[in-house]
Design a protein around this ligand. Sequence first.
Ligand code: DQA
Length: 159
Amino acid sequence: MKIVVIQGPNLNMLGVREQHIYGPMKLEQIHEQMKNFASDNGIEIEFFQSNLEGEIVDRIQECLGDADGIIMNPAAYSHTSIAIRDAIAAVQLPVIEVHISNIHAREEFRRHSITAEVCAGVIAGVGPFGYHLAMVAMTQIFNEMRAAQEMQKAQQQQA
Ligand code: DQA
């Protein structure tokens, strides 16, 4: 099973930008922890960060037929990007959306995520630990996918 992690605009500035909101951890450190979790659980993982909407749309599209799930922090695009939302809907892969901060407790314009509406789940407000929780959630989704496939196979053999 393979997860692609997609990080939106300004997340390359983690550890520098607004530390009182996002904390001191750098993106590379978060990815290192995710890589360790993936290797402990036999999961393949790839990372991608971009400040450009179209590049994020391209990367989501590339997941079709290549990845089994996406963990994504669309950052500011969560609140604005119909293109990213449509790309998520198009690939029909399970997506867990992560927000480091609690977007529901911040400015009005951050309280709604249009991308979250097409995601399997959302984790917000627990800091970088949210990425770990997203890995756990995706592992559970993969287990359920495998169980459903096996059940289908057994039913086909019986028929
Ligand atoms: C964020 C929340 C967004 O509103 C913001 O634009 C970000 C980061 C978060 O992880 O808390 O860049 O997605």
